[in-house]
Design a protein around this ligand. Structure first.
Ligand SMILES: C=C(O[C@@H]1C=C(C(=O)O)C=C[C@H]1O)C(=O)O
Length: 88
């Protein structure tokens, strides 16, 4: 594969990553609505720990740096909470 073709592959993957982040944010918005109806707080630390544990397990499964993957998920969780607080 040429450098150009490999970079095109990266470009496609980058778009898919952003699409998945958008999907995750959309589901979190729906979760925010359910929480508002049930009068539950935005933050659920137990669920956050479960998400972080899974991120670490998946990183190991795909042989990527667990600390990097966990740092990314920490950011995604914080993004969702900002979004959720704005939507309720
Ligand atoms: C999306 C939720 O809300 C918050 C955001 C989370 C996330 O982005 O994974 C996890 C827990 C909550 O603090 C949820 O409760 O599931």
């Amino acid at each position: 594969m040429s450098l150009e073709e490999l970079r095109e592959e990266i470009q496609t993957i980058d778009r898919e990553i952003v699409e998945k982040i958008a999907q995750r944010t959309y589901v979190a918005d729906t979760i925010a609505q359910v929480k508002a109806e049930k009068d539950l707080p935005t933050t659920d630390e137990e669920q956050e720990q479960a998400v972080m544990d899974r991120a670490g397990e998946n990183a190991q499964r795909f042989d990527v740096d667990a600390n990097l993957v966990k740092a990314m998920f920490r950011l995604l969780i914080e993004l969702n909470k900002v979004e959720q607080r704005e939507s309720r």
